[in-house]
Design a protein around this ligand. Structure first.
Ligand code: RAM
Length: 358
């Protein structure tokens, strides 16, 4: 690719209010660093992969990005060009520019954690018309499945509602008023989980003494998440728990609960990164939380692209491919691939083991 075009693309990405990070693999570099506006060398013959997170600077997506690196290192860095680039704010409109950059870069595959179920459909169609695979990663886009080739799911989302509600229930004795601190209002994954939690609350009699006060939104930004948590504590003096299904919101909420002298009195749980949550589990602010293994998603994605380029794999329902250390995967009838089936519980028993991994 001509250097001038490459630099223009990089500048466009930065102007779009995001962070452009380009690697031609001089070594493993953690994702999410500030812009690297150097032109990559000629990349003909390389497999070009773009990973567009909801937002850069989010440690969750930086952890997921390391999985792409791990697989690329196994398959040979000389075979790939990997671009990790996205907006600072987790808004769908801000992601359009990065999809367009991937099209201009003649990517082989785009992996995107879409901030909307629908807003990116037109640009996804543009990419696919240009012969680029569009994979939703870490979630799906319910109702817009025909605009993507497949979706890499971290776990079976159907399990998240029941496990999150039951986790808080155990911590508050299945009685009391609680709130949910989510991320952005339009986030497909967040809205799926919140809906499942509400269904669980209403359908299982064991939760009849638990009352959901409200759902608030921290936008996957630490400051806003802290602000919303303070507002909940002030508005509801008798609140007994907060469920935060966001790796940015959960530690932020724990910090506020601890600073307010309410650690252990107001139970905080949800979905988080062990590396970000270890201090709060060890000091008792958080008894336990859940997640899965974000790097596995990126790792599996690289092997899926490799299978297509080298073995003629096509991402149709029923198709199978192997992702070395993770084994064989099959694309489900709904176009989803489950990286793992169930979420994991992280607590005092295992937090130190996993906090060094992601
Ligand atoms: C945040 C994002 C992401 C979600 C994690 C658990 O980082 O909302 O989409 O999967 O939390």
């Amino acid at each position: 690719m001509r250097k001038s075009v490459f630099v223009m693309m990089a500048l466009a990405a930065v102007i779009a209010g995001g962070t452009a990070v380009f690697f031609s693999f001089s070594g493993r570099t953690p994702g999410g660093q500030t812009s690297v506006l150097t032109a990559a060398p000629e990349t003909s013959g390389r497999i070009t992969i773009h990973f567009i997170p909801k937002n850069v600077g989010n440690p969750y997506f930086e952890a997921l990005s390391t999985g792409f690196y791990d697989a690329i290192a196994e398959l040979g860095e000389e075979n790939f060009k990997y671009v990790y680039a996205g907006p600072e704010a987790a808004q769908a409109d801000n992601q359009i520019e990065f999809v367009r950059n991937a099209i201009q870069d003649e990517a082989d595959a785009i992996f995107i954690a879409s901030n909307s179920n629908t807003a990116l459909n037109p640009v996804f169609d543009e990419a696919r018309a240009a012969g680029i695979r569009v994979y939703i990663i870490n979630q799906d886009i319910p109702g817009s499945e025909e605009h993507r080739d497949a979706a890499i799911m971290p776990v079976n989302f159907d399990k998240i509602g029941s496990t999150q509600i039951d986790l808080l229930g155990k911590q508050i004795g299945y009685e009391g008023r609680f709130a949910i601190l989510s991320a952005t209002v339009d986030a497909p994954d967040q809205n799926t989980w919140v809906g499942l939690m509400k269904d669980e609350l209403e359908s299982d009699p064991k939760y009849e003494k638990m009352e959901l006060l409200e759902v608030v939104y921290g936008d996957d930004q630490a400051e806003k998440s802290a602000l919303e948590t303070r507002a909940l504590l002030s508005k509801y003096p008798d609140i007994k728990g907060i469920i935060c299904p966001t790796a940015v919101g959960l530690p932020a909420a724990c910090q506020v609960v601890r600073e307010s002298g309410l650690a252990g009195k107001v139970k905080v749980t949800g979905l988080g990164l062990p590396s970000e949550m270890a201090e709060f589990v060890l000091d008792g602010t958080c008894e336990g939380f859940q997640l899965w293994n974000p790097p596995y998603e990126g790792y599996m994605g690289v092997y899926m692209v490799w299978a297509e380029k080298k073995d003629g794999f096509v991402p149709n329902p029923g198709a199978k491919f192997t992702a070395r250390k993770l084994g064989e995967y099959t694309i489900q009838s709904d176009g989803q691939i489950l990286t793992l089936e169930d979420p994991m519980l992280y607590d005092r028993s295992n937090i130190e083991k996993y906090s060094v991994l992601f």
